[in-house]
Design a binder for this molecule. Structure first.
Ligand code: AMP
Length: 429
């Protein structure tokens, strides 16, 4: 079995990894670290949850260390561009954790908050800068940040940066960085626009793909509950009466729905919070912290706000509303079963969402087990989906098999493959 020291990492990094309890590198780490240590460019097709942050942070730290220069004011040597504040903070934390014995200075720059502290940090000297594109460009235009010394450039979640309208900003930023650099681009999906961006900025790159597009993470138990739209809130409340559902991310399609669901839960005495793009950055961060610390058992989120949320121990993802595109389904359920644990994903499906469910099943090439063992099962929706009985043969309402507790679904019948961390996820490009 490959170990981190087999990958050629230096002792201060190995020590930090041991302290974090990382024993086995994930597939993306095994494949990316050696070639990044050689200075190669890379195109990584990987979702969050695959260990990609360490896959790029460790070699960057090691290469910075191999050529130590005193941190200069305003001029970072490594730049990581990422779409959201939450991701930026997580990546910054990653550099802090993995680089704790190397003494580099890093800072995180994002919008929605005052710029004073960020400017002071840049003036104090920075080796590694993690930034969202809008604020970075703003500070560059004010001459608080100078990218002329950047040697390592990482574009993280490139597809989401494009979706969020950052493409122009990203291009302007990259144009300020000299050609003599190592460049890495990560994206969960590879639409044409990302591919053309990659071709424009990478040189002689290696392509590494770890989770094939649209393939659902295998160790997640998935099930669908057919329910009338007006019963969804009651069903959610009912499910949450099961205390084995410890940390739940609930997805809605709209910000408005996220607020309404979280307010309903709070009224019902369930500790819940909502996170979406209408909230200020500080409010979003507070909600995330409350969820991480366990103060809020339920976080209700929209797709964009939740992208990349890295909270350990999410026991359940509940799709209160199904997403319009199957890719988002894969991203949503990937928020559970992080770092090698297992997790459950429950999707509510009303009559108007049957087509969305079918699209998800087509894309992920699986049939999601139907759970009829809840009080709000809507037979008419099941009929519309041609699934009045589940493929797994679960009995209709009222005939719950003995020993099966509500909220603790059985493993999907159609599951394949092992349940070990990251097994089965390494795919050749
Ligand atoms: P990422 O894909 O970078 O968001 O990482 C997902 C999660 O996996 C984070 O919580 C990391 O701390 C954790 N992680 C990354 N690499 C490893 C590893 N080799 N062993 C155990 N946990 C890891």
């Amino acid at each position: 079995m490959t170990t981190f020291s087999d990958l050629g990492l230096i002792e201060p990094l190995l020590r930090a990894l041991t302290a974090e309890g990382y024993t086995v590198p994930t597939p993306i780490q095994t494949r990316a670290i050696p070639l990044l240590l050689q200075g190669r460019d890379m195109l990584g097709i990987a979702q969050t949850g695959t260990g990609k942050t360490a896959a790029f942070a460790l070699p960057i730290l090691q290469r910075l260390d191999a050529n130590r220069i005193k941190a200069k004011a305003r001029c970072p040597r490594a730049l990581i561009l990422t779409p959201t504040r939450e991701l930026a903070v997580q990546i910054g934390d990653g550099f802090k954790t993995y680089g704790r014995h190397l003494g580099f200075k890093h800072t995180v720059v994002f919008g929605g908050v005052g710029q004073g502290q960020q400017v002071s940090a840049m003036n104090a000297g920075v080796d590694i800068l993690v930034a969202t594109p809008g604020r970075l460009l703003d500070l560059m235009n004010q001459r608080h940040i100078d990218l002329s010394q950047v040697e390592f450039l990482v574009l993280d979640e490139a597809d989401r940066m494009l979706d969020m309208g950052f493409i122009r900003d990203v291009k302007v930023i990259v144009a300020k960085i000299g050609a003599n650099r190592q460049t890495l681009l990560f994206s969960a999906t590879m639409p044409e626009a990302v591919m053309s961006l990659a071709k424009g900025i990478l040189r002689d790159y290696e392509r590494i793909e770890v989770t094939p597009q649209s393939t659902t993470v295998e160790r997640i138990d998935q099930k669908v509950m057919f329910v009338a739209r007006e019963d969804k809130r009651k069903l959610l409340q009912h499910l949450l009466s099961d205390k084995s559902i410890t940390r739940v991310l609930v997805f809605t399609r709209t910000k408005h729905a996220a607020n309404r669901v979280s307010e309903h839960l709070i009224k019902a005495g369930i500790a819940a919070d909502a996170i979406h793009g209408n909230k200020s950055q500080n409010a979003r961060q507070r909600s995330l912290e409350a969820f991480k610390s366990g103060k809020a058992r339920v976080l209700v989120a929209t797709d964009i706000a939740a992208r990349g949320i890295d909270v350990d121990g999410i026991s359940h993802v509940i799709n209160f509303e199904l997403p319009a595109d199957p890719e988002s389904y894969v991203h949503r359920i990937g928020r559970t079963a992080r770092a090698g644990t297992s997790g459950c994903a429950i999707s509510f499906c009303d009559a108007d969402e049957v087509a969305d469910l079918k699209a998800i099943e087509r894309t992920t090439r699986q049939t999601i087990t139907v759970d009829t063992s809840h009080a709000f099962h809507a037979g008419h929706v099941a009929t519309r989906s041609d699934r009045s009985r589940s493929p797994g043969g679960q009995p209709p309402q009222g005939q719950k098999p003995s020993g099966e507790k509500q909220g603790q679904p059985r493993r999907n019948r159609n599951r394949r493959g092992p349940s070990k961390p990251w097994d089965n996820r390494s795919q050749a490009a």
